[in-house]
Design a protein around this ligand. Sequence first.
Ligand SMILES: N[C@@H](CCC(=O)N[C@@H](CS)C(=O)NCC(=O)O)C(=O)O
Length: 225
Amino acid sequence: MPVKMGDEREAVRMQEKGRIEFWGAGTMRTFRPLWVAEELGLEYILHGIGPRTGETQTPHYTGLNPKQKVPFMTDGSFGLSESVAISRYLIERYGTDDTMVLPSTIESRAREDEWVSYVYGELDETSLYVMRRHGDLSGIYGDAPAAVAAAKAYAEKHLNVVAQFVDGKEFLLGDRLGLGDVMLVSCLDWAVHYGFELTDSLLAYQGVHHGRDAYRRAYDANYSK
Ligand SMILES: N[C@@H](CCC(=O)N[C@@H](CS)C(=O)NCC(=O)O)C(=O)O
């Protein structure tokens, strides 16, 4: 639950306790840690800065995150960037059996790593973000229609792989929400935003997660700016 920035006393109280602050809103990368935080029932302060607004270029923010990218999180004096790393940290630090936990065995953690790496590497970075960089953001990163077309075809191939895997499933692995689901649902949302038509199995899987209260709260927090 984000503490409203107008609620200064509550914000100060949380800072004194060394509680959680997030920087960044409005993108699928910033959405992931917010979704996890909502699933875990955490209180946090959200500084809803945007990636290309100049807000990541200030001396203060650059001091926090020299990459000048979002999302970024502090938990007390501990600072962390990268949507996957932040999400995994929150689950490991604050998750419970009633909310989210990391898988318990070496093999099940490896299986989750396999899916997280696959979704992040192939769908996020290699496909959707290439389309973004050389499509919407071509003014910054260069116009490259061939790269955009190849990234789109590549995404379609891997969305089909995922579609077969999730057919009839609510969760990617096992019977509870995991980091793999956070990654996959965020990429499916992004893909829909880019005009991909999802198969019935992907739509059914995505629909289950869209129905989660924590998903909705995170969505509202991430896109309310
Ligand atoms: N690998 C990072 C990617 C972070 C990232 O590229 N964020 C974008 C917004 S989605 C950003 O801050 N872009 C600003 C820039 O590149 O200047 C993660 O998953 O957190």
